[in-house]
Design a protein around this ligand. Structure first.
Ligand SMILES: [Fe+2]
Ligand SMILES: [Fe+2]
Length: 179
């Protein structure tokens, strides 16, 4: 990821908040009056984001070991953050009257392979996997923010989550530099 991308992503979002507050009244039925094409694009994108977040949380879950150290603390924080992202997109899917992708188990499997595989290869592999996956996520988020006519609430959620992914890249790069 280039430095310029990093700076452009997530302005105004506090990435130290790893589980933002959601109030009951924030949950709303969405999509009323939207054109069919717009709804179809939103459904496809939300399913993609939801499955990718399942992969992300699974990677971190399987990178964790029982060691009581700073790396594991950071991995738990990242996992918590990804679980929130997963929840965000699941809520948005159902607010629109859609459901998750039936193929999402395949992304769990990819997450398991990446997570467990990198853990076996050691700390540097863990950080490199994190940087690689998160950089792909940030680009994916940018494409979907650009291509889709989101409702304002959902757009804010996506922007915050993209900022979080950029924060993860910075975290793993810092740890990689000292590993
Ligand atoms: Fe995420
Ligand atoms: Fe992330």
């Amino acid at each position: 990821m280039r430095e310029s991308d990093d700076v452009a992503v997530g302005l105004g979002y506090d990435v130290s908040v790893i589980r933002p507050e959601v109030r009951a009244q924030d949950v709303r039925l969405r999509g009323e009056g939207f054109a069919a094409g717009r709804l179809a694009a939103i459904r496809k994108a939300l399913r993609t984001l939801h499955t990718l977040e399942l992969m992300a949380q699974t990677i971190y879950k399987f990178q964790l070991t029982r060691r009581r150290d700073e790396v594991n603390r950071q991995l738990v924080a990242a996992m918590c953050n990804e679980m929130g992202h997963y929840q965000d997109f699941q809520v948005k899917l159902y607010e629109y009257g859609f459901g998750p992708s039936r193929l999402r188990w395949a992304f769990w499997l990819v997450g398991f392979v990446f997570g467990f595989g990198s853990r076996a290869l050691g700390r540097k592999a863990i950080f490199r996997t994190g940087v690689w996956v998160e950089a792909k996520a940030v680009r994916h988020y940018a494409e979907l923010l650009e291509a889709i006519d989101w409702d304002d609430d959902t757009r804010k959620v996506i922007e915050k989550n993209q900022a979080d992914e950029a924060g993860h890249i910075r975290r793993w790069q810092e740890l990689l530099a000292t590993a």
